[in-house]
Design a protein around this ligand. Structure first.
Ligand SMILES: [Zn+2]
Length: 100
């Protein structure tokens, strides 16, 4: 017997809740801002759970920059706006839900 999704009551293999959730309720925000000492950082808001940790790790590796995760927000050292957006799109987030 297959697992039943607790949200829609359908078997997990035909349930689309997670996909729908990604498309409709996820709002990502990526922007650059100035932090201490007038240095630019790139901020990613809206990633959840695993993707927050994994995303931070991957982005730091890909962009070869420092960064941290705090209160559900990824902060990357430097201006990486464009590349961060490209990465999120590759993860499967529609470009239109990514606010900048
Ligand atoms: Zn479901």
């Amino acid at each position: 017997m297959s697992e039943i999704c607790s949200t829609c009551g359908l078997p997990k293999e035909i349930c689309a809740c997670q996909t729908i959730e990604k498309e409709t309720t996820t709002k990502l925000k990526v922007y650059t801002t100035k932090k201490r000492f007038n240095k630019l950082v790139t901020v990613v808001e809206g990633l959840q759970g695993n993707e927050l940790e994994t995303g931070a790790k991957e982005l730091k590796r890909k962009l070869a920059c420092g960064g941290s995760v705090k209160d559900g927000v990824i902060v990357l050292q430097g201006d990486h706006l464009q590349k961060t957006i490209e990465y999120l799109v590759k993860l499967g987030y529609p470009r239109e839900i990514i606010k900048t």
